[in-house]
Write a protein that binds this ligand. Structure first.
Ligand code: ARG
Length: 476
């Protein structure tokens, strides 16, 4: 395709076309409005390809120098906003190539030797995504650090642990937060694992079958920092499983975030009053002057929906596509871009809202405030230490099922009296089982209950401190 034809693409793709493309079709098929975001990857990929073409003697060193010079100028133009993106040139690849040819002439026309936009776009998306994966990994670590930071200050703070959202057993607030650290650390592992599969080079697959030029694909892979080369040209240009994998990772992150966000919303409600968020992260109501709403957490919860949607979109996009490249794949970009933006913004804002803003020296300011008394009062409602009483009786020789029954009677009485188990007189408790002695009150206390769960992974403060130390070392 000559420069002339590239610039006049609206009129004809090549000599083969005698009719100009309809305006509607041009808009429908063009991707430049969104894929221009790939420009850095596109230039990097082209430079690596050109370098290899020259090393293999496929283009001259003068051509390579011209291409490098042209690309440097194009980079400047794009960075400074002077580059003119043309809808007529369909996508980021043709826009940059056409400009290159305008700037450096024939060398620009030689760049596309042994290459197709099919392997070019697959390379660009992988390169771009790799950078975003690395940025996301940092944010995932920051999120975990924020949670560990708040956890470290709240090991001895007790709130009711829930099952079925019914008060179940007392737990350390730190332990509760560390549950999310576990989730996000698994997300980070998934991300590191999928990065290996994203980080492979499609270039050299050309349109679908490979190319007749003696390309050195390994060299291009090395230049671009890819860990390997896609081993089948048809697969290289067509599959977008790497984008699906990332979006599936992001879906899990957002699902985890949505659970945490939901808890923050609930904890912030007056009916719980477990935490407070700083004004920076709350919004008011235009009609109810008393309102302070946890909008950030609600939006984070809501935005999980769009990422789940993108995952469904991408999977459906891929399903049933015959080998090899189909234009369907142009539809991979918007969902992938939005997934990246959403997951990064959400992690950043949630980490800040929870752990505060981190200064250059690591000092934190702001973050959520814990209402310790409200948490403990709530833990004292709902008979959270009933299991402890049963365990106490088991240790005194009663079979667990019988102990369970004894405690059910005790709870029934306590409910009728409107009191916690620990507030019942010893004589009353002994009425349920004669084995109960004065040491029961330590067992029925929140701290006694917590300390008793001194098993690996349990909520006893000694265990929680072990976990905090482990996470701190891991995230240092
Ligand atoms: N804009 C296209 C995409 O995003 C680039 C590849 C076009 N290839 C083609 N044969 N039309 O997928």
């Amino acid at each position: 395709m000559s420069t002339h034809q590239l610039d006049k693409k609206s009129q004809a793709w090549s000599a083969l076309f005698s009719e100009p493309m309809s305006e509607l079709v041009k808009r429908y098929t063009s991707s430049v409005t969104f894929d221009q975001r790939l420009w850095q990857a596109d230039i990097a990929g082209s430079l690596a390809h050109a370098d290899m073409l020259a090393a293999q003697g496929i283009i001259s060193t003068q051509d390579l120098a011209d291409i490098q010079r042209g690309m440097a100028q194009i980079r400047d133009e794009i960075q400074s906003g002077r580059f003119e993106w043309k809808l007529d040139l369909e996508d980021v690849h043709l826009n940059i190539e056409a400009r290159l040819t305008t700037l450096v002439g024939d060398a620009g026309k030689r760049l596309h030797t042994g290459r197709s936009r099919n392997d070019q776009v697959a390379t660009d998306v992988r390169l771009w995504l790799r950078g975003e994966i690395d940025a996301t990994a940092v944010l995932l670590d920051d999120m975990q650090r924020a949670l560990v930071h708040v956890a470290a200050q709240n090991v001895e703070v007790i709130l009711p642990g829930f099952t079925h959202l019914q008060v179940a057993q007392p737990v350390s607030f730190a332990h509760h937060l560390l549950a999310y650290v576990e989730m996000f650390s698994r997300d980070a592992e998934r991300l590191a694992d999928l990065r290996k599969r994203v980080n492979r080079l499609p270039l050299g697959a050309a349109a679908l079958a490979g190319t007749s030029y003696p390309l050195d694909r390994e060299r291009v892979a090395r230049t671009l920092g890819f860990e390997g080369v896609c081993q089948n040209s048809l697969d290289a240009v067509s599959d977008r499983d790497f984008a699906i994998e990332f979006t599936s990772f992001a879906t899990l992150v957002m699902v985890h975030v949505s659970r945490l966000a939901e808890e923050i919303v609930v904890w912030m409600s007056q009916n719980f009053g477990f935490i407070n968020l700083s004004d920076r992260y709350c919004t008011g109501s235009s009609i109810m002057p008393q309102k302070r709403n946890p909008d950030v957490a609600e939006l984070a919860r809501g935005k999980s929906g769009r990422v789940v949607g993108h995952l469904m979109g991408l999977i459906t996009l891929m399903k049933g596509q015959p080998l090899a490249y189909n234009k369907d794949n142009q539809e991979d970009k918007e969902p992938l871009f939005d997934t990246v933006d959403t997951v990064k913004d959400t992690l950043r804002i949630m980490a800040e809202m929870i752990g505060g803003e981190v200064a250059a020296d690591g000092a934190r300011a702001g973050g959520l405030t814990v209402q310790r008394d409200a948490m403990e009062r709530a833990a004292l409602r709902g008979y959270a230490t009933a299991t402890d009483l049963a365990d106490y009786l088991v240790k005194k020789g009663l079979p667990f099922r019988d102990a369970h029954e004894v405690v059910a009677h005790a709870v029934k009485t306590a409910i009728a009296l409107g009191q916690d188990l620990s507030a019942l007189p010893l004589a009353t408790l002994q009425g349920f089982d004669a084995r109960i002695e004065a040491d029961v009150f330590e067992v029925l206390s929140l701290t006694g209950s917590l300390n008793a769960r001194n098993v690996l992974g349990g909520t006893a403060p000694v265990q929680v401190r072990v976990q905090i130390a482990r996470h701190q070392a891991r995230l240092a």
